[in-house]
Design a protein around this ligand. Structure first.
Ligand code: PEP
Ligand code: MG
Length: 325
């Protein structure tokens, strides 16, 4: 079996009746890039850049970030690399940021909210400068993704910030040519607000990726780490499954590419459902790639769609777990 899974590495993620999807890697460090290529990832679906900022006393310099982003882009030469901008908040203690105490840090200044707050903009500026510079040789490979977006206003602010940063780099002569017109800019769908606004957000977002970890935490109003809430916080809660189906269907209605980089994308049990609703990309920890690919390669569109019908009609997480055995 191990050998069979190994052989899958180089085979495409395509169903027996020809539905082709992408399987991509979630990474946290630039050194994770080459092993992900070797494991057969078609690209990076989520580069969690916050790891560059944690466990240190000063923020990473523009040069250090430039190196990290360049390394990943180089490892995946010509393939898509989705880099998520810094997603941190008051739950982390980061000495050089002097974050204010918040009673509800997961409902506070987190992700894009923190990056766009005036006080923290210099931090975001450095990250965006490094990203634009790293993209110079192959801008079409870099897709920038904003976390924790709730509405178009935030997304437009983020895009304006990128445009302004690019103008600075061009004026300084550091960038020779504009790159932002070739870089795709998209968002995580991980708040219920974004889930309900996919049609509106598609006007300003080039692509979407569903973050099921936060989407379920916020949809179920239950802390994803709270051990007392495991009965409620089930991976296949019907509210979450319906939300996911609606997000994907709406994104496609508005001609937007949509991936998933939350844990559900790497769960083999969820695979047929996600395939059936038409997910374009599954991004996960590298050691899940082969198992997910194997299911994709043995599931027909019809079988997947039948699972979707049954899941969407189910009334409880128990019932859905039975369907997705
Ligand atoms: C998510 O919320 O599903 C996600 C992928 O982001 P993170 O787990 O880093 O919050
Ligand atoms: Mg998240």
């Amino acid at each position: 079996l191990q050998q069979e899974l190994q052989a899958l590495r180089t085979l495409p993620a395509v169903t027996p009746d020809g539905v082709k999807v992408e399987v991509a890697a979630n990474i946290g460090r630039s050194k994770d890039a080459l092993p992900a290529v070797e494991a057969g990832a078609n690209g990076v679906g989520l580069f969690r850049t916050e790891f560059l900022f944690l466990d240190r006393t000063t923020p990473p310099s523009e040069e250090e970030q430039f190196e990290a982003y360049s390394t990943v882009l180089k490892a995946f030469a010509g393939k898509t690399v989705i880099v998520r901008t810094l997603d941190i908040g008051g739950d982390k203690s980061i000495p050089y940021l002097s974050l204010e105490h918040e009673d509800n840090p997961f409902l506070g200044l987190r992700g894009i909210r923190l990056c766009l707050a005036e006080k923290h903009q210099p931090l975001f500026r450095t990250q965006v400068r490094a990203l634009l510079r790293a993209a110079e040789h192959n801008p079409a490979s870099l897709w920038i993704m904003y976390p924790m977006i709730c509405d178009s206003r935030e997304l437009r602010q983020a895009r304006a910030f990128v445009a302004e940063t690019e103008a600075m780099l061009l004026a300084e002569g550091i960038l020779k040519n504009p790159v932002s017109n070739k870089i795709r800019q998209g968002i995580m769908i991980e708040t219920p607000a974004a889930a309900l606004l996919v049609d509106v957000l598609s006007k300003d977002a080039d692509f979407f990726s569903i973050g099921t970890n936060d989407l379920s935490q916020y949809t179920l109003a239950s802390d994803r780490m709270n051990a007392n809430l495991v009965e409620l916080h089930r991976p296949f809660h019907p509210a979450v499954m319906r939300s996911i189906a609606q997000i994907i269907t709406t994104a496609h209605k508005y001609n937007r590419w949509i991936g998933m980089c939350g844990e559900m994308a790497g769960n083999p049990r969820a695979c047929k459902f996600l395939l059936g609703v038409g997910l374009d990309e599954f991004s996960m920890e590298v050691n899940s790639l082969n198992a997910v690919k194997q299911i994709i390669r043995s599931t027909t569109r019809g079988e997947a769609q039948e699972i979707v019908q049954r899941v969407l009609a189910a009334e409880s997480a128990d019932e859905i777990e039975q369907i997705l055995l």
